[in-house]
Design a protein around this ligand. Sequence first.
Ligand code: ATP
Ligand code: MG
Ligand code: MG
Ligand code: MG
Length: 474
Amino acid sequence: MKTTSEIRRDFLDFFREKGHTVVPSAPLVPGNDPTLLFTNSGMVQFKDVFLGAEKRSYVRAADVQRCLRAGGKHNDLDSVGYTARHHTFFEMLGNWSFGDYFKKEAIAWAWELLTEVWRLPKERLLVTVYHTDDEAFDLWHKVIGLPVDRIVRIGDNKGAPYASDNFWQMADTGPCGPCTEIFYDHGDHIAGGPPGSPDEDGDRFIEIWNLVFMQFDRQADGSLQPLPAPCVDTGMGLERLTAVLQHVHSNYEIDLFQTLIKKAAELSGTADLENKSLRVIADHIRACSFLIVDGVLPSNEGRGYVLRRIIRRALRHGWMLGVREPFFHKLVRTLDATMGEAYPELTAKRELVERALKAEEERFAETLDSGMRIFEDVAARNAAGKAIPGADAFRLYDTYGFPVDLTADMARERGLTVDMAGFDAAMAQQRETARAAGKFGGGTQLPAELVAQLQPTQFLGYDGLTAGGLEVVA
Ligand code: ATP
Ligand code: MG
Ligand code: MG
Ligand code: MG
């Protein structure tokens, strides 16, 4: 059976042979787009190439891009631990055509790689196309030979009842076009319907690969002009693909995650490897370590606060497993052993990552235990279905360092919610009081020497920082 590392390599080898230049992953902090919180797909580093503002020496590229979807426009943080297929940090395999090949080759190569190189059973695969994209439909049906009942036409989800959306656009204007997505059917013992059905959000039919055909340039008036040189942008989740190739259903069952989960189980003395907390911790150690590798440190604002929130969520899960000592940073060595070969920057910064995480663990340890007890009291006072008062959530935030999304996540496990409006009001009131008293709070409190070793991250914009109704505090 192929390991995650071998699959990563297979992908690059395949596209290298098809004339693609293999390029390295860009950092999680986008260098070319101050309005974007994190790199959330492979195309981010090529944005200017698609816009025509930047020229590269090649017209075909392939890469494995580290991605984070835990803030900004894409936020899968609340799905982690609940679905078989979502992570905060994941690796996206991608191949690209910059005005070179188009739909015919992109579809044919995707099919060749999946069914000939990796020998996936064809009858388990189904695809979606954009509802008006007859060209893609015909390629799948006539050239590839896929039966019509396994090609689903999907619209853009404006006003549509389901979540699927097969029209991609970079922004309100600019490059855009239809997608075709490839799904794998994990079998009828798993709940969930095919794409385009009311229960498409289940984990039975899992989307593995998205092929985007940039063929239009949307004008300010909304009209679509054909692009002079159409482009291809594809993204395939390495962990989802590996699950399929390793004959397991959940991403957390693949070799890479099992290594992390076993280490977390050992550190926490947990016997059940399917424990949800272990899965969350294994997900979060990747996100947190790579954020630090890419220059982010825990803080009370912007990207640093996203990092702090993810670390504290992981630490709370450790606490649930009975851990009362710093443990999270001890997973970095295992992570490095599994991913360092593909990401030498992780190996280079391993010690720094360990120290930054340990410092944050020690800081949160001072209040985690008491905060948990406060939460238990508050939760016990509220019956299922009720909202935890904003004032309580604020006290947990302000005195015990519980980011409000952490409290909301704990509440969710009890069938409770958090009164977010009440929380925001308590926050606003405290800010007013602080302003009146002439105090300024926040900022990084890590050892200055640690901070100095990292390049400062520039954060100039707020791309939907209020995702999920959570305000990121400054
Ligand atoms: P889904 O509908 O399952 O949430 P998506 O449509 O949001 O996926 P894309 O934006 O099309 O995903 O990203 C391209 C590919 O990256 C997906 O086909 C999937 O394989 C993978 N992917 C997307 N989000 C995640 C995630 N949170 N964790 C792991 N893999 C992901
Ligand atoms: Mg998604
Ligand atoms: Mg999707
Ligand atoms: Mg998709």
